[in-house]
Ligand binder design. Structure first.
Ligand SMILES: Cc1cc2nc3c(=O)[nH]c(=O)nc-3n(C[C@H](O)[C@H](O)[C@H](O)COP(=O)(O)OP(=O)(O)OC[C@H]3O[C@@H](n4cnc5c(N)ncnc54)[C@H](O)[C@@H]3O)c2cc1C
Length: 390
């Protein structure tokens, strides 16, 4: 059983504790770490598993938190998103992915969309439309402001041309929020954000990408894709600001997923250390093993403090939580990798056996240190914040 003592921290309200219990019991009933889709290797199975998870999460109301209905809740509650991601990640990386992308993909619309654009949210929060966030290009990953894809004004709309790569849900998404150079200024100030439907004429999937923790991922192409003027989210030239503000909100949730992986690794290690007999005792009796367990627990609690500080700060009305979110993401993902590595080590040969839970966690955690801003980028962000503000 995962440690739940953190729920008594002052970052949470009673509703968060109730939600944490609810998602835990939902995971226990609906998910299995033996999930076929994530490891099957067959792309059709993976796509079907992902679609199914989105449907289930929508059916049972969890996706409602990824894009709140303004008639009920005004804004995204980041603590809620983090608690849900933590629980899903502890049980099943693909379920966490399915949930996270509905939030990130629809994020620019939730945060900046107009009334007409927000109609998409009624579908994403019910799991009836799958969302994707298309920012990265082959030549511009960390250097986001250098994107080359173009959006040319044409009559009463725009024409999009170019390619995006590493796009999660690429190939199965119903809507893509796409960032393209609309030319108001060089660099970051000349980028706008557009909504493109997955069945738009001229849109295609060029290549599906296989990664060590599989989820639907693709290189996608736009060949004279025409969109109406109202497909633009925010104003011309506001795309970079929209992308960064969206990542600011969701970055802490990546850290929460890392925390979920780390907690699962510690749980598995505790079970193993108690059960494994050696040297006339248990693995847990060895003091070097106890030292490793103490370090794992410490990394997890310290990461949790940073994750929920960032989430609480955002929920408490901070306009931006750039420093807090960057610290949470950097620390939680790096330390989760360390925690999972210790879990693999303490499982001996079983730890590297394909399909073993800790072997899966070892693969699941890795990409989180790269996407939504690599660890080095988070360090630069933190340092800039410190140098600017003191
Ligand atoms: C599994 C996965 C899912 C993804 N999903 C999406 C998605 O849905 N949408 C989307 O738009 N993108 C997505 N991405 C892309 C992701 O955001 C980029 O991979 C990431 O931004 C890094 O860009 P890059 O791969 O081009 O690496 P590069 O930009 O080439 O960077 C390579 C490495 O250089 C180092 N580095 C970078 N900047 C600095 C710096 N300032 N100082 C020192 N070192 C530095 C880091 O170690 C970095 O990992 C995904 C990526 C992965 C792996």
């Amino acid at each position: 059983m995962a440690d739940k003592t953190f729920l008594s921290w002052p970052f949470f309200d009673e509703r968060h504790r109730a939600l944490a219990a609810g998602i835990e019991s939902w995971c226990a009933t609906n998910l299995s770490s033996e999930h076929g889709g994530a490891d099957s290797g067959a792309r059709g199975d993976l796509d079907a598993a992902c679609r199914n998870l989105v449907r289930q999460l929508g059916r049972d109301g969890w996706l409602a938190h990824t894009a709140p209905d303004p008639r009920r809740t005004a804004t995204l509650d980041v603590r809620t998103l983090c608690l849900i991601r933590e629980a899903l990640a502890r049980h099943d990386a693909l379920a966490d992915f399915a949930f996270a992308m509905q939030g990130l993909g629809a994020g620019p619309i939730s945060l900046f969309g107009n009334a007409e654009q927000r109609h998409w949210l009624a579908r994403t929060r019910k799991g009836k439309a799958i969302a994707a966030f298309a920012l990265t290009e082959q030549q511009s990953g960390s250097d986001v402001a250098s994107i080359a894809m173009t959006a040319r004004r044409d009559g009463n709309g725009y024409v999009l041309d170019g390619e995006k790569t590493w796009i999660s849900n690429g190939g199965i998404a119903d809507l893509y929020v796409v960032f393209a150079r609309s030319g108001e200024a060089p660099g970051a100030k000349g980028i706008s954000a557009f909504i493109v439907a997955g069945d738009a004429a001229g849109f295609s999937v060029h290549e599906r990408l296989d990664v060590i923790s599989p989820h639907p991922l693709a290189r996608i192409a736009f060949d004279r894709v025409r969109v109406p003027a109202n497909a633009m989210i925010g104003g011309p030239g506001e795309g970079f600001k929209i992308a960064m503000a969206t990542l600011d909100v969701f970055r802490a949730t990546v850290a929460a997923a890392a925390l979920g992986f780390a907690r699962r690794a510690l749980e598995e290690t505790l079970k193993r250390a108690r059960a494994r007999r050696m040297f006339d005792g248990a693995l847990a009796d060895l003091q070097l093993v106890q030292g490793a367990i103490a370090e794992m627990a410490l990394d997890i609690d310290a990461a949790a403090l940073l994750v929920y500080r960032a989430a609480w700060a955002k929920d408490s009305g901070a306009a931006r939580v750039t420093r807090e979110a960057a610290m949470a993401k950097l620390f939680a993902t790096e330390r989760a990798q360390r925690v999972v590595d210790k879990a693999v080590q303490l499982h001996g040969g079983d730890g590297v056996r394909r399909g073993h839970i800790v072997e899966r966690l070892y693969r699941d955690i890795r990409a989180l240190r790269i996407y939504e801003g690599a660890s080095e980028v988070q360090k630069v962000v933190i340092a800039r914040q410190m140098l600017a503000g003191g």
